[in-house]
Design a protein around this ligand. Structure first.
Ligand SMILES: C[S@@+](CC[C@H](N)C(=O)[O-])C[C@H]1O[C@@H](n2cnc3c(N)ncnc32)[C@H](O)[C@@H]1O
Length: 296
């Protein structure tokens, strides 16, 4: 098996993508207890609850592949774009510094599109090229996988052997209704919220065959503007899309579960932070052809 480490593991989009493949996730790291509990319930592994700002080389086991989806806030156009000066970039900068000492055969990175214009991106590229890695960089959106949801993200594969990354095959888009499953009353928006924030809603109707949802962010539970689409049900009431439905849109298997103590707002936060599983599968399929087992 090819051994991988999932850094910033969250709810484990990478572990989800690696299921039934030649890749085994041997370690995962995240500082969020809610994320780690959820991860442990769904995979046969408990992530290490570790602040990656200060992880040392000795604390990182040898592996063939590193997956990293660090916090996007330092780069996001929704944030202050403090880039390398943002305290939340420290963990990623620390891991970049560990690469020359560990030299995994391949490193996969995900972030928001704006990351590509950042100083951290320039530092990452410089460091990887200096180590002799070949770089493939690509922007992919969930819509390319037939999903009616915009979630465009930047991905990089750095590998010790060169290869040319091919684009995903175009897939016809499924309607939003094929991803819906919930009728929880907690999802329905009351008149007070609609009157206060309704003008800023992005709304898609349940029966709209060509509707596209906007990207669900970790703010979906509390911010009502541009943080995710609101659904107009067939009886005209408005509701949020549930965390389980967002998981389906992201390509997680239907048997993914949350621990009972994780409330709905926390579930939204966790899924809003996650990654399109199909995009990772697309990258993994190609990179595993140039990775040798057990050389990490
Ligand atoms: C963008 S999310 C990645 C989510 C993940 N890829 C998934 O599939 O859910 C970033 C994750 O990094 C974690 N994180 C942020 N800063 C961290 C740090 N300094 N040390 C460890 N984990 C950190 C957060 O708790 C969050 O789960």
């Amino acid at each position: 098996m090819i051994r991988a480490i999932e850094f910033f593991s969250g709810i484990g989009a990478f572990s989800q993508a690696a299921r039934n493949s030649s890749v085994e996730v041997i370690a995962a790291f995240d500082q969020s207890e809610a994320a780690n509990e959820t991860f442990a319930l769904n995979y046969q592994l408990r992530p290490k609850s570790k602040n990656l700002d200060s992880i040392s080389e000795q604390e990182i086991e040898s592996a063939d592949i590193w997956w990293m989806s660090p916090p996007c806030t330092p780069f996001s156009v929704r944030g202050k774009q403090l880039d390398q000066h943002d305290a939340r970039a420290k963990s990623f900068l620390n891991l970049i510094e560990k690469i020359p000492k560990k030299m995994p055969q391949a490193i996969l990175i995900e972030n928001v599109a704006a990351f590509q214009q950042s100083q951290v991106h320039a530092f990452l590229r410089h460091s990887l090229i200096k180590c002799g890695y070949h770089l493939n960089e690509v922007s992919m959106c969930s819509t390319q996988f037939g999903v009616p949801m915009r979630r465009r993200r930047y991905f990089m594969i750095a590998s010790n052997k060169p290869f040319v990354l091919i684009d995903p095959e175009p897939i016809p888009t499924s309607p939003v209704s094929s991803f819906l499953q919930e009728s929880l009353t907690e999802l329905i928006l009351d008149d007070q919220i609609i009157n206060k924030y309704g003008d800023g809603f992005d709304i898609v109707s349940e029966g709209d065959l060509h509707g596209t949802l906007i990207c669900f962010t970790k703010e979906y539970a509390r911010c009502m503007k541009a943080s995710g689409t609101i659904l107009r049900m067939s009886d005209n009431r408005l509701r949020r899309i549930s965390p389980s439905e967002i998981l389906r849109l992201l390509g997680f298997q239907n048997n993914f579960v949350f621990p009972q103590r994780i409330d709905l707002p926390t579930q939204w936060k966790l899924v809003g932070n996650s990654v399109d599983v199909r995009a990772i599968k697309h990258l993994l399929k190609q990179v595993t052809s140039v990775v040798d087992c057990g050389e990490g």
